[in-house]
Design a protein around this ligand. Sequence first.
Ligand SMILES: Cc1cc2nc3c(=O)[nH]c(=O)nc-3n(C[C@H](O)[C@H](O)[C@H](O)COP(=O)(O)OP(=O)(O)OC[C@H]3O[C@@H](n4cnc5c(N)ncnc54)[C@H](O)[C@@H]3O)c2cc1C
Length: 379
Amino acid sequence: MKPTILILGAGTGGIVTAKILSNKIGHKASILLFEKEENYVFTPSLLWLMVGKRKPEQIYRQTRKISGKGIEVIIGEIEKVNPQQISVTANGKNYKGDYMLISLGVEQICEHHLNDYGFDFYTLGGAMKFSVELKNIMGGKIALLVTSLPFKCPAAPYEAAMLVENYFRKKGLSSKVEISLFTPEPGPMGVAGSELSGRVRQMIESKGILYFPEHQLESADKKTLTFSNGKTTEFDLLAFTPKHQCPAVIKETTLVGKSGWIEVNRHTMETDFLNVYSIGDITSIPLEMGKPLPKAGVFAHYQANTVAHNIIRRIQGKKPDKTFDGYGQCFLEMGDRKAAYAGGNFYATPLPSVKMKPPGYIWHWTKVWFEKYWFFKNF
Ligand SMILES: Cc1cc2nc3c(=O)[nH]c(=O)nc-3n(C[C@H](O)[C@H](O)[C@H](O)COP(=O)(O)OP(=O)(O)OC[C@H]3O[C@@H](n4cnc5c(N)ncnc54)[C@H](O)[C@@H]3O)c2cc1C
């Protein structure tokens, strides 16, 4: 009998896992990939979409195209997950597996009716509409807003602010706009350490972007944001991140720990249930410094490498021997076809050991190359 592997979610983690399994044991296993969305969106490109550097159709592909030996893509909402039984219900049908990987990411919620006043740039629709509005605006107050913590890709709002600044500068409108970034964080990318955080702050402020840390949104209306520290601001154009929470279908299971997310062995990504793994944004991995491992695709990707390898070993009757070591990196888009690079070991103790390399064209083009490579390899 072929083993059945249930992969929940065809995002970064699910795709990488499914593809490795398919390439290595696709002829000997049944890989069921469950996903509710008809289209997969490559999220890093949403930032380019916001400022007109991509068209929507360039940054998404049909989920069904994640084909490969042994992979069956099942489109539909997962309604129930039973880790004890290693089973899933989708489209009213129950599927039983031998192994299960949960990579369902985060559920994104729009609070304070923000969709009525601005654009959620963490979605294809929101980033697209923002880019249309951007073209029409000749001046005024542009607000970028992180509504709540945690949010995925700690660099994304900073990149968005820098790309928007670059957009107006190129149009000769810098003196006509005021760009502000509001966030509940004490500083940018805090997990990476105070030195790196300070450098990112300096990077955005040197571009004239006004930075307002420790600003937790309390309410909003058509023109105004009000924060819990009593401050208010007016805006003409607003881009915001949604609230992130554990997907409802998982929240009701015993997989979820005190953090409100799935808690796993941070090296093997195993849950408390035998042959059930979880990776990526849906997990919470505490670090010694007191903050969790950031939610980012790069970690989902490397964790997927570990899990896929170890599932194959188990199927072959061998001992799992690969671990996720906490390494990760990101490219911070800055405009002018330049990006900075930050990377290192997030599991280092007592503090993550993350270094930043000076901005350059190379990091921007590496990010562009990865976008092309990702679509070529997986779709
Ligand atoms: C604007 C932006 C820019 C980013 N840039 C970067 C970057 O440069 N580098 C980086 O490392 N990360 C980046 N990220 C973060 C990255 O996208 C995520 O961290 C990564 O996708 C997490 O992978 P995942 O597999 O955990 O979850 P996801 O990729 O979110 O996949 C989860 C999947 O599960 C599906 N799903 C959820 N619930 C159900 C259900 N009930 N039934 C069926 N399917 C379901 C979802 O539709 C989704 O496709 C960025 C994110 C954004 C928004």
